[in-house]
Design a protein around this ligand. Structure first.
Ligand code: NAP
Length: 255
């Protein structure tokens, strides 16, 4: 499986930190040419340097079509094309409904959902030219399967990404491009760290495997969807959550 990704050109949005950096590291380890995109160039460069293996860094904002288009063109020029887009960048600020402003809603939807669309749209001219075009979206269990107070906007975007995927995969099938999504549970990242130690402790206790995931857990799932071996898999999801969504009650979890 890793073998078929070697030499492929891979773009990872939000690759400077967290899950994206884990995805970038796993793909680079499999011999892929990896381009890390994020708004902050310094942090993207630091991640590329840390990963090594020829990884490059570019500044791009997934809410800004022009900046994405420019970055995709640069990657294609440097790597000789784009074979895989990992549409991973996303934000998860918390706000309960009674205090959430329309602006906050738009910011999360504009980043996570429209940003996914714009990432796919700007990578598409290059993916079409690949003989193994792949889109791997980082969704979540929050929204498609579960809920969490403060994340109604976030959950809507993560469920929305799957709706987007189900039509995108039909539209892109004639070009041999597959579109799939990884649905992480709680993964240890810088973004999650901001939610505090108590959040992490409570979450770990609610997961059958009794730990949060590591970023490479998501990277390996993404690698599968990007592989040649997954060439007949499109419009599908994989939940990577340590069994978090399974217990029907606290009693079931602790029995
Ligand atoms: P993170 O540690 O906060 O990293 C987010 C990454 O996205 C950073 O590289 C950030 O870099 C980039 N980013 C944010 N806004 C961007 C924008 N407008 N344009 C370009 N890049 C942008 O987050 P994470 O926890 O790794 O989450 C990554 C993805 O996994 C998200 O889609 C999230 O919904 C999903 N997810 C995470 C978890 C979890 O437990 N951590 C669970 C389920 C799903 P800059 O700030 O420099 O742009």
């Amino acid at each position: 499986m890793e073998h078929s990704v070697a030499g492929r050109s891979v773009v990872v949005t939000g690759g400077s930190k967290g899950i994206g950096k884990g995805i970038a590291r796993v793909f680079a380890g499999a011999g892929a040419k990896v381009a890390i995109l994020s708004r902050g160039l310094d942090q993207a460069e630091a991640a590329a340097h840390e990963i090594g293996m020829g990884a490059i860094a570019l500044a791009a904002d997934i809410t800004d079509e022009a900046s994405l288009a420019e970055a995709m063109a640069k990657v294609a020029q440097q790597f000789g094309g784009i074979d895989v887009l990992c549409a991973n960048a996303g934000i998860f600020p918390q706000a309960r409904l009674d205090v959430m402003s329309g602006k906050e809603w738009d910011h999360v939807v504009g980043t996570n959902l429209k940003g996914t669309f714009l990432s796919v749209k700007t990578a598409l001219p290059f993916l079409k030219r690949s003989d193994q075009g792949r889109v791997v979206i980082t969704s979540s269990i929050t929204g498609p399967v579960t809920g969490f107070p403060g994340w109604s906007h976030y959950g809507a975007t993560k469920a929305g990404q799957l709706g987007f995927m189900r039509t995108a995969c039909i539209e892109l099938a004639p070009f041999g491009i597959t579109v799939n999504a990884v649905m992480p549970g709680n993964i240890k990242t810088e973004g999650l760290f901001d939610l505090g130690a108590e959040y992490e402790k409570t979450m770990a206790a609610s997961i059958p495997l009794k730990r949060l995931g590591v970023v490479e857990d998501i990277g390996h799932a993404a690698l599968y969807f990007a592989s040649k071996e997954a060439g007949y898999v499109t419009g599908q999801t994989i939940i990577v959550d340590g069994g978090q969504i399974l217990p029907e009650s606290l009693e079931a979890l602790n029995a």
